[in-house]
Design a binder for this molecule. Sequence first.
Ligand code: ADP
Ligand code: MG
Ligand code: ZN
Length: 477
Amino acid sequence: MNSRYEVVIGLEVHVQLTTKTKIFCGCSTEFGQSPNSQTCPVCLGLPGALPVLNQQVVENAIKAGLATNCQIAPHSIFARKNYFYPDLPKGYQISQFELPICEHGWIDIETAELGKKRVGITRIHMEEDAGKLLHNEVDSSAVDLNRACTPLLEVVSEPDMRSSDEAIAYLRQLHQIVVYLGICNGNLDEGSFRCDANVSIRPWGQTELGTRAELKNLNSFRFIKQAIEYEVERQIDVIEDGDEVVQETRLFDPDRGVSRSMRSKEEAHDYRYFPDPDLLPLQVSADWVTRVRDSLPELPLVKLQRYQDEMGLPAYDAGVLSAERPVAEYFEGLVALYNNPKVCSNWVMGEILGALKDKNLGIEDCPVSPELLAGILQRIDDKTISGKIAKTVFEEVWQSGKSADQVIEDKGLKQVSDSGAIEAIVDEVIAANPGPVAEYRGGKEKLMGFFVGQVMKASKGKANPGMANQLLKQKLS
Ligand code: ADP
Ligand code: MG
Ligand code: ZN
């Protein structure tokens, strides 16, 4: 990026879990409900109310840990992180501090310059979210505590990334993993996947880290990239001006593309962490970890490799088809019924994803199931229809939900492979085009395409193109 300084980035990501209920009470986690409708004495922080740990949250944390190659701690601790803010009625957030549930993991990312690169995961811990302040009045604010006590995983990376591109590659990979696991809906707009970026620079060759700034309020991949790049330039300017970078938290303003200091290290909170006396230390048995490991889906990077190695797909196809779990499941369902991965890939990436995009649908809502699509492909194989007519059949199947066979029958789309019938059309085409016929016979062999086209047109696409070609050659020579 810069010839004089090396960029160092470490990321802290908050992953909001999709459990039905909150981490320490039975309230619903559903998004977008009316303010404070999903609260109880526990998440309102009323005195005497006791938290009860949601086992599903623990299970999801184990999933995330295993999928990112972490060690799962058999014994971990919930701690109180103390600070005062109106969105936190208890006056402390329950989090994990000294003994988190997952540590020492890594994920691999692909980068343009380096190819595969491993990024360390320092830790993943469970915590509760705070509520949300609504500043909708001129002289007062309101608080919505529906989000209070919503389960989060905080995923902390090692300072291993060296450019904004690597940071984005890491985030996309992590995002893909948690969505694949089904533990997060991945929605950045709703704040279900939030990132704080720690950025520093240092002269090339220096081993100790430079002073970092922590960037907050980054709710899209584009803003994260923009904010990191802005920050790197800012730190270079500071150093080149002979000043020192100060450790601080900065808030990114996406409208203006700049960040401003929110608080310096001196103003940083002292959270006075201590073990939460209301929650027992968490024990996770080896058995439990094994059960969760056995239940994990095949992860996107493994699929990506398998699609290339075992199915022989090009890297591009493998990337598109493995990126989202429902697409991968559709594709694999299709291959199970029609064992030609490349043909399946072409149809899924072309017709299916194309049509879904046009109609703004997800693959879960695709009206052409793998079974229906396999039915079309089989009819191309056995030459009942041509590849071209198959597109028409596809559209019909999409519209009507009928099987390929039914559509071919109803619309009379069966390919004509009767040589007598094709011969008659070939004769008509030759009779109707004396000019091109003369030119062809005079040596302009390129015109064969034109004649085949005319035969296909006259047969409404139903003539067997191979036979049409052969008959034309015979008759024109
Ligand atoms: P805090 O307790 O303030 O959150 P941590 O030591 O837990 O600080 O680090 C938080 C994140 O900052 C981690 O992702 C870590 O990799 C990253 N980080 C720490 N020091 C630096 C640095 N000098 N430059 C870039 N990132 C850093
Ligand atoms: Mg931190
Ligand atoms: Zn509650």
